[in-house]
Design a binder for this molecule. Sequence first.
Ligand code: NI
Length: 160
Amino acid sequence: MAVRQIRVLGDELLRKSCKPIKEVTPRIRQLIDDMFETMYEANGVGLAGPQVGILKQVVVIDVEDGNQYVLINPEILETEGSKTDYDGCLSIPGKTGKVSRPVHVKVRAFDENMEPYELEGEELLARAICHECDHLHGGLFVDLVEGELEEVETAEDEDE
Ligand code: NI
């Protein structure tokens, strides 16, 4: 496994649409492993292909609910409710902003074995699914932000 470089705001790859994956090759498996490692190293809860420069429809998510979700070619089937809360993105380091997202999401995707499945998420998981799926179509949370972007409070700030 290897930590890959995360593309940041301004990189045009983040604005492109991703191609669906037809089969999980060893290269794709490696990509998925690397995406998890890259996400954990950066203390993120989700990462999408374009963030590591790969324009393929693949997302990894870990919102610390005991699961490591892999979503290949995800398609959001249903959404319910709306909640305004802070979004953050590893491609927009140090910034956060308020974004309204569904409270409940149902998504259809393929897993790392290319088996189709459906996943339902609430709250943070729903937020992460929507955020990461946006990445596959060139969307970033800054497009949806309500009000101003804010600086993320660091642990150092909290000590003061
Ligand atoms: Ni993001």
